[in-house]
Design a binder for this molecule. Structure first.
Ligand code: ADP
Ligand code: ADP
Length: 228
């Protein structure tokens, strides 16, 4: 069965804005799915609902079989979220920042895992640096380490390369590929077609709250290829 099962999700905010309209989608373990769409399409709303941070107006989401609303704690443990905004404690060290997030999930210390995690993100040498001393790319990698601190099965990346330069963008893509090699299921949002093509196994196109199309990258590129 899919690791994430999104079943007829809708969301209307109190302001009246319909951010999502009857979205259904299944995500298989180990895949990389890109949600591609312009600003305001509903991408952040959708991942916020899957992560249990926004309550849908209708529909259900199951993560690893756990209903995100009825069984929030179990579902949440399976998920790591890298938010769009970089929010780090400036005077905290890298390693303490990651330990702290792990603690929030009620997990006991596991220094061996944290070392492995920081090494895999090329942060081990910077573990005692304060987060304010880090470059933008390193800060983003710290956010990923925090999101993975409790060993989730699924990682959400909300616009991982919004507002970053080409070099950093490629660095992020490399990180994502390495995570996938470790078996992490990844869902990312983007408004760059190139990014979706480059990173994802499947692309879901979302616009004005509707999931218009979900296709494997190869099928999607094949379609475009034929028309040329
Ligand atoms: P994105 O970059 O995903 O388009 P936005 O810049 O639209 O995000 O929104 C940034 C934050 O403001 C989000 O947390 C979103 O939930 C919130 N937000 C966006 N639009 C509104 C709105 N009309 N009313 C209240 N909050 C909003
Ligand atoms: P995206 O991530 O694709 O940019 P969002 O999910 O942030 O899209 O926003 C979808 C729509 O919902 C937009 O019209 C946005 O302004 C609106 N919206 C987002 N968050 C809020 C909020 N907290 N309150 C009201 N409207 C919101």
């Amino acid at each position: 069965r899919p690791i994430i099962d999104i079943d007829h999700i809708s969301k209307q905010y109190d302001s009246g804005t319909v951010a999502l309209n009857d979205v259904s989608l299944q995500i298989e373990e180990g895949e990389i799915l890109a949600l591609l769409g312009p600003n305001g399409a509903g991408k952040t709303t959708l991942i916020s609902i899957i992560c249990g941070l926004v309550v849908p107006s209708g529909g259900t989401v199951r993560v690893g079989g756990h209903d995100i609303r009825r069984d929030w704690r179990a579902a949440r443990k399976m998920i790591g979220l890298v938010p769009q905004e970089i929010a780090l404690e400036p005077f905290e060290t890298v390693i303490d920042s990651v330990r702290f997030t792990r603690g929030l999930y009620g997990e006991g210390p596991d220094e061996a895992y944290i070392e492995q995690l920081l090494r895999s993100l090329a942060l081990w040498d910077k573990r005692q640096a304060r987060t304010r001393e880090l470059s933008g790319g390193m800060k983003r990698r710290v956010l990923i380490a925090k999101a993975l601190s409790h060993r989730p099965k699924v990682l959400f990346l909300d616009e991982p390369t919004a507002g970053v330069d080409v070099t950093l963008r490629r660095e992020m893509w490399q990180v994502v590929r390495e995570l996938r090699a470790q078996g992490v299921t990844i869902i990312l949002t983007t408004h760059y077609l190139e990014e979706a093509e480059d990173m994802a196994d499947r692309i879901g196109v979302i616009n004005r709250g509707e999931l218009l199309l979900v296709q494997s990258k190869d099928a999607l590129m094949g379609e475009f290829g034929k028309k040329r």
